[in-house]
Design a protein around this ligand. Structure first.
Ligand SMILES: Cc1cc2nc3c(=O)[nH]c(=O)nc-3n(C[C@H](O)[C@H](O)[C@H](O)COP(=O)(O)O)c2cc1C
Length: 177
C-alpha cells in the first residue's frame, strides 16, 4: 500500500487553501497519495509517513490555527518527514520575501522539536473583497486605492511540489523493495 501524505493548511481568507490544493494536485499527478485537510478541522490521525504544512503570516505571526495544530499533533508529526510552506509577501519584492522568511523562521522556532526538510516562502494574496472585518471595509474605497495583489507564483509552487513528490515516491520504492 502506498504511504500516505498529509497536506494540512491554516487560512484566514482562503489563499493558503488554494495553494495547498494546488500542491496536493501536483503531488497526486506524480503518484503520491495525498489527503488534504484544514488544520482546525483535523481530528486524531495516524498512518502518514510525510506531512506538508502550510500557513500564512499575519502581522509577523503564523496563524494560531497553525501553532495549535502542530502542538496538538506533536506526537504523530514528530515521527513524520515534514515540509512547510508559508504565504506572506503580496508583492514580488526581495525585501518582502526576506522579511517573511525571517518571520517564518522565528515563528517555527516556537516548536523546536519540528525540524522541516524545507521551509518555503510563497507570495500571498491581498484582496480586500475576501478579507474579514475590519479590512473588508476598505472595499468601499475607490478601487485604485486598494487594488488586489496576487503574488502567488503557481509555477514555482508546482515545482516545489514536484520536488517533494519525487522524494516521497523514491522513499516509498525504497521501503517496498
Ligand atoms: C492584515 C494583514 C496582515 C498581514 N501581515 C503579513 C506579515 O506580517 N508578513 C507577511 O509576509 N505577510 C502578511 N500579510 C499577507 C498575508 O500573509 C497574505 O495575504 C496571505 O495570502 C493570506 O493568507 P490567507 O488568504 O490564507 O489567509 C498580511 C495580510 C493581511 C491582510
Amino acid at each position: 500500500m502506498p504511504a500516505r501524505t498529509l497536506m494540512a493548511y491554516a487560512t484566514r481568507n482562503g489563499s493558503t487553501q488554494e495553494v495547498a490544493a494546488w500542491i496536493a494536485g501536483v503531488m497526486r499527478e506524480a503518484g503520491v497519495t495525498v489527503e488534504l485537510m484544514r488544520m482546525k478541522e483535523a481530528t486524531e490521525f495516524g498512518g502518514y509517513s510525510t506531512a506538508i504544512l502550510g500557513a500564512p503570516l499575519y502581522l509577523g505571526r503564523m496563524l494560531k490555527e497553525f501553532h495549535e495544530f502542530v502542538e496538538l499533533h506533536r506526537e504523530p508529526l514528530s515521527r513524520m518527514k515534514v515540509w512547510c510552506f508559508v504565504l506572506g509577501p503580496v508583492e514580488n519584492k526581495p525585501e518582502q520575501f526576506a522579511e517573511a522568511e525571517r518571520q517564518a523562521r522565528e515563528q517555527l522556532a516556537h516548536h523546536e522539536w519540528l525540524v522541516p526538510e524545507d521551509v518555503r516562502i510563497f507570495g500571498g494574496l491581498w484582496d480586500v473583497k475576501r478579507m474579514e472585518f475590519p479590512f473588508k471595509l476598505m472595499r468601499w474605497l475607490p478601487a485604485s486605492k486598494v487594488p488586489a495583489m496576487d503574488a502567488r507564483d503557481w509555477e514555482a509552487i508546482g515545482q516545489w511540489a514536484e520536488e517533494i513528490a519525487v522524494q516521497i515516491v523514491a522513499q516509498n520504492q525504497h521501503v517496498v523493495t
